[in-house]
Design a protein around this ligand. Structure first.
Ligand code: PRP
Ligand code: MG
Length: 212
């Protein structure tokens, strides 16, 4: 039997909520936590646990058919990938921040400055739209530490509760975009699997309605 292949974040903030929504859809997954692949017992579906940043490429290559992923990741590196549903969880902002002690006036303050980020494309596009050129320093995690160790003037990263900014003595100065978890679809999904996607979408819609 044909199964639909879904990518879910391996570990991190989206993982739990992603599995919870599948469960609420009545899709049970045997969860060997250390396994990178799992199969549903009661729906023709396989789950692949992947790194967030790799998911757009897996969708593009058709290695997976659908994915639960942060919209911010699609904006950064999956603009060609379409969204089937917005999932109303894992809400966050992608923002620019500077040390609390810095007097900040406007986006022009970033001109010629070093910005540490894991979202280079998003920042570049935003700065370009404001006519500002900065020097991007790309790092994959713990971005908020960069200004404190003299690596950068400011940072661009995800802000959810704001506690990471607070703990690192930073203040949010520009909100570049708002994001939430979405159900994304591979451009190469087969007709047969599209039918399975429709069933999942139908269930997701009722789950989201019931949650409201
Ligand atoms: C994410 C993100 C921010 C933080 C935002 O980091 O990169 O640092 O969460 O959340 P908050 O506003 O609720 O504090 P994460 O903890 O996932 O680790 P990483 O940056 O090392 O990947
Ligand atoms: Mg972080």
């Amino acid at each position: 039997m044909t199964k639909i292949r879904i990518a879910v974040q391996k570990s991190g903030r989206l993982n739990e909520d992603s599995l919870a929504i599948l469960k609420d859809c009545g899709i049970s997954i045997d969860n060997g936590k250390d396994q990178l692949k799992a199969t549903s017992r009661n729906f023709p579906l396989e789950v692949f646990y992947l790194r967030n940043g790799d998911i757009p490429q897996y969708l593009r290559d058709g290695v997976v058919d659908i994915a639960i992923i942060g919209e911010n990741v699609l904006i950064e590196k999956g603009k060609d990938i379409s969204i089937a549903e917005r999932l109303n969880f894992s809400k966050c902002r992608v923002s620019l921040a500077v040390p609390k002690g810095v007097t900040y006036n406007s986006i022009k303050d970033f001109e010629g400055k070093k910005i540490a980020t894991s979202y280079p494309n998003t920042v570049k596009e935003y700065l370009a739209s404001k006519g500002v050129t900065a020097d991007l320093h790309i790092i994959n995690g713990s971005v908020e530490i960069a200004p404190n160790i003299g690596l950068a003037y400011g940072i661009c990263d995800i802000v959810s509760s704001g506690s990471t900014l607070f703990k690192n003595n930073l203040k949010e100065v520009e909100v570049m975009l708002k994001s939430e978890a979405v159900l994304a679809v591979s451009p190469t999904i087969s007709e047969e699997r599209k039918e399975l996607l429709k069933k999942i979408q139908f269930r997701i819609k009722s789950v989201l309605q019931a949650r409201n």
